[in-house]
Design a protein around this ligand. Structure first.
Ligand SMILES: CC1=C(/C=C/C(C)=C/C=C/C(C)=C/C=O)C(C)(C)CCC1
Length: 293
């Protein structure tokens, strides 16, 4: 990690500043859009349905990713990590748990939509609730393992954020990477792809589908795939051949996912519209009250 006030090796002054600014923009966009989604749920009773519960879980996970990004942005702008090694472990755990919850919640939303459009039965509260509980417990479980010695958390190349450390070429971290990636990336990606593919086939007969069936899987693949690729390269060949500047890119791409998700899921399923409809409802009620006074 960089000493206080000095630049991390491989980075210039302007680059550290640029990464800090990009992280700040990503964090603020992700936090504000996902807070809007959470606010819509709190204020609109019509959104309190089992399928929307899955979207709420995704918005909460994405808010967690954005909050983690905000910490990374502020320390990048400070050019040092001010919270010590305990803070690094806590930051790594929080960001990784939120990232896994986001990936798995996307798969849960995809399955929920498949259930909604392709089966005749309604999604029950107990099913949606158990799914959300499972997603969060499983994410916390996988994110706790590096704290317990399987895998590890470490500083990212810039030295101002912490995340899952690269495999060190030993069996411990390599086995963690492959098993974790199977359950938390490949499996959710498969569920997402299959659910939307089946939905497309079914809905093609009844007209164009009402939801975007390609963007969620693409977001998972393009948003989190570079992280997976970087760690895979590190496991197979080490990081000596990957320039530090290139190692920062997957994190910058992944931290854009909360914003893309908020726009796709909330806008696509009319969640923010509920908020604006309710506002206009309040406005007209207030206007009516003023007329009556
Ligand atoms: C290695 C690896 C992954 C790593 C994810 C990480 C390291 C996420 C960290 C996210 C953070 C810190 C977000 C903060 O805002 C994935 C994508 C699960 C896919 C499988 C391989």
């Amino acid at each position: 990690m960089a000493e206080a006030g000095s630049l991390p090796t491989g980075f210039g002054e302007l680059e550290v500043l640029a990464v800090g600014v990009v992280l700040l923009v990503e964090a603020l966009a992700g936090l504000s859009l996902n807070s809007l989604t959470v606010l819509s749920f709190c204020t609109s009773p019509e959104l309190r349905t089992p399928s929307h519960l899955l979207v709420l879980s995704l918005a909460l996970a994405d808010s967690g990713v954005s909050l983690n990004t905000l910490t990374g942005a502020t320390s990048s702008l400070l050019r040092r990590w001010p919270y010590g090694s305990g803070g690094c472990q806590a930051h790594g755990f929080q960001g990784f748990a939120a990232a896994l919850a986001s990936i798995c919640s996307s798969a849960a939303v995809a399955w929920g939509r498949y259930h909604h459009y392709c089966t005749r039965s309604r999604l029950a509260w107990s099913t949606a609730g158990s799914l959300v509980l499972f997603v969060w417990l499983s994410s916390a479980f996988w994110a706790a393992l590096p704290l317990l010695g399987w895998g590890h958390y470490d500083y990212e190349p810039l030295g101002t954020c912490c995340s899952l450390g690269y495999p060190r070429g030993d069996r411990n971290s390599t086995s963690f990477l492959f098993i974790m990636a199977f359950f938390n990336f490949l499996l959710p990606l498969f569920i997402t792809l299959t659910s939307y593919r089946l939905m497309e086939q079914k809905l093609r007969r009844t007209g164009p589908p009402q939801v975007n069936t390609t963007l969620p899987a693409r977001t998972l693949l393009l948003g989190w795939g570079p992280y997976a690729l970087l760690h895979l390269c590190a496991a197979l060949a080490g990081t000596a051949l990957i320039p530090p500047r290139l190692q920062v890119v997957p994190a910058l791409i992944a931290k854009m996912v909360p914003t893309v998700n908020a726009v796709n899921y909330a806008l696509g399923s009319g969640i923010w519209q509920c908020l604006s409809l309710q506002r206009s409802g309040w406005d007209s009620a207030q206007r009516a009250a003023r007329v009556l006074r």
